[in-house]
Design a protein around this ligand. Structure first.
Ligand code: ASP
Length: 343
């Protein structure tokens, strides 16, 4: 079999990787993507064809929103027949949210979609951008018998490829800015690229790509803290049109047992609002019923986010609420692993 040269599409959305310092204010702002490629002549040495596409107006990822996720998904969809792997250049601040969202939006994905970015701009002497970008492209171009090795949405940062929907940003300064606390790394980059084959997502290759573009935005996150007021919870739960809530609880899914709290949640659930329990802890899982402080949540029908990150739980809620799933099936569907986001 002759080895084909993979076609890779770089999608530039913005972020530090392509930013420059404003001479007047000193603040970092996005600049023209074509300049990014000029700054990395090494890209020409890679064993793949690289095409590029950029957001018309690159953004700092703190301005990310579902509309832009749909834009990214549409770029992937419209190039799917001719492209073997994608690298999405994205600011690190909300990269885990975007990688999680795209994993749900791209059902039956059988090609790599690798999110990456950097902590320092590409023009900086000590930049981490070049390594992140070059290795992400190499990972997106990895093939076995002319078929992509990675068939899922990943996130590459500082020598590691993670499953995108398992990641969270854990450091605002270190080059090692991300962590995947509940799932092993997919690839480690050293002298060689070490692929952890057992951990790779194995999609059903007989199904074709379905791109889901309807994401529900009438949702909220409530992070518990000792002393949180009933009026605060009440006002969030009474938000007009609210359809779902991610409840960030303590430890293995625990919360206060005070009556007002359980009653407010119970009322919301009876009104048809879905409440999902995720832990504030970086690692580990929700296990409702393990302590008295979580058994009432289980009883009133709170959904378990299991060992999901908040980022994945939130985008899964947006995605499933956009799917017209009956109230009877919603909890079961939510508690099922759809793209390897929980186990
Ligand atoms: N604020 C930037 C962004 O998320 C930080 C980065 O790119 O890492 O767009």
């Amino acid at each position: 079999m002759t080895k084909s040269i993979p076609n890779i599409l770089l999608i530039y959305t913005g972020g530090t990787i392509g930013m420059i310092k404003d001479v007047e204010t000193g603040a970092l702002r996005a600049f023209d993507f074509n300049n990014l490629l000029l700054r990395i002549p090494e890209l020409k040495l890679l064993d793949c064809n690289i095409k590029t596409i950029s957001f018309a107006e690159p953004i700092d990822s703190s301005n990310m929103k579902p509309k832009y996720w749909v834009d990214i998904a549409e770029i992937i969809e419209s190039n799917y027949d001719n492209i073997d792997g994608y690298v999405v250049l994205h600011g690190s601040d909300t990269m885990s949210y975007s990688a999680s969202a795209l994993s749900f939006m791209l059902e039956n994905l059988s090609k790599p979609v690798i999110f990456t970015g950097s902590q320092l701009p590409i023009g900086d002497l000590r930049t981490d951008a070049k390594e992140n970008l070059i290795t992400s492209i190499q990972i997106a171009a990895l093939q076995h018998y002319n078929k992509p090795v990675i068939k899922e949405v990943g996130l590459y940062f500082e020598y590691k490829l993670y499953r995108g929907n398992r990641t969270t940003k854990v450091n605002a300064e270190h080059f090692e800015a991300f962590s995947s606390p509940n799932y092993p790394d997919l690839v480690e980059s050293g002298v060689h690229l070490k692929v952890n084959y057992d951990s790779l997502y194995k999609p059903n290759l007989r199904q074709s790509l379905i791109v889901h573009k309807h994401l529900e935005k009438d949702i909220a996150i409530i992070k518990l803290f000792p002393g949180i007021l009933s009026t605060t919870i009440q006002s969030i739960l009474n938000t007009e049109n609210l359809k779902g809530v991610i409840l960030e609880t303590y430890g293995s899914g625990n919360c206060t047992t005070e009556n007002w709290f359980i009653e407010l949640l119970n009322e919301a659930i009876k009104k048809g609002i879905y409440v999902v329990n995720v832990t504030q802890c970086l690692g580990g899982s929700v296990s409702m019923g393990q302590y008295e402080t979580s058994s009432k949540l289980k009883k009133i029908g709170v959904i378990s986010g299991k060992n999901s990150t908040t980022e994945a739980a939130l985008s899964k809620l947006m995605y499933l609420l956009g799917q017209n799933i009956s109230a009877k099936d919603f909890k079961t569907k939510y508690e099922t692993s759809l793209r390897g986001e929980i186990n």
